[in-house]
Design a protein around this ligand. Structure first.
Ligand code: PRP
Ligand code: URA
Length: 212
């Protein structure tokens, strides 16, 4: 995004195709969940392009060679509950050894302020690249609070991955945390009076877990 150096809109035709599926109100819970997971994998490919690496020795059937692999113990994924859970397996499919932490936040329906109810993070998280995941970045309140909680724990390399973002949310996170890279697959038009993203996809948590 031109306005901010730390915001990336991952505008790939395959991502746009899958976005159209999850936006559709007639997409059922199973397909919604499957496509959220696939989007997380596609987004991870791009968002982790500066992942820490290390050299290892590999013996091919013909000779010994030095190869580059993802550095051991270097990545943590932190979903914001509930909806962020839907993105975890998509990232783990690329980084099966990543550790997973959980931050529980829900938006107060009146004030839209995030309320914390859970936090369990992997040990030595401060040494890892931490990817916060939440499909929806609306006012940005939840993402800002989650990032602040991680910074309090000493995390220095934090990224945020959200499938759909509103300009209001991107502004808030980019200004409050200019050191955090923000990866989104689309920047939607605006928020409505209830804090929902337009055109958006509705309530991501409800659509992933079939709760409405
Ligand atoms: C949704 C969404 C984000 C948050 C985004 O969660 O998954 O966490 O709202 O809104 P914000 O940017 O304005 O903070 P919600 O609070 O509905 O909880 P849920 O995932 O448990 O449904
Ligand atoms: N949370 C959602 O799940 N959807 C929105 O549009 C905004 C916040």
């Amino acid at each position: 995004m031109e306005k901010y150096k730390n915001v990336y809109v991952l505008n790939h035709p395959l991502i746009r195709h899958k976005l159209a599926i999850i936006r559709n109100k007639d997409t059922d819970t199973k397909q919604f969940r499957d496509v959220v997971k696939e989007l997380a994998t596609l987004m991870a490919y791009e968002s982790f392009k500066d992942v820490p690496t290390q050299e290892i020795t590999v013996e091919t059937p013909l000779e010994i060679t030095t190869q580059t692999v993802v550095k051991e113990n270097s990545i943590a994924i932190v979903p914001i509950l509930r909806a962020g859970l839907g993105m975890v397996d998509g990232i783990l499919s690329l980084f099966p050894a990543a550790k997973v932490g959980h931050i529980g936040l829900y938006r107060d329906e009146e004030t839209l302020e995030p309320q914390e109810y859970y936090c369990k993070l992997p040990s030595k998280i401060e040494e890892k690249v931490v990817m916060v995941v939440d499909p929806m970045l609306a006012t940005g309140g939840s993402a800002c609070d989650a990032i602040q909680m991680l910074k309090k724990r000493g995390c220095k390399r934090i990224k945020l991955m959200s499938i759909i973002a509103a300009p209001e949310g991107v502004d808030k996170v980019a200004k409050t945390h200019p050191d955090v890279e923000i990866f989104v697959s689309t920047l939607d038009r605006c928020l409505n009076e209830h804090g929902y993203i337009l055109p958006g996809l509705g309530d991501a948590g409800d659509r992933i877990f079939g709760t409405k």
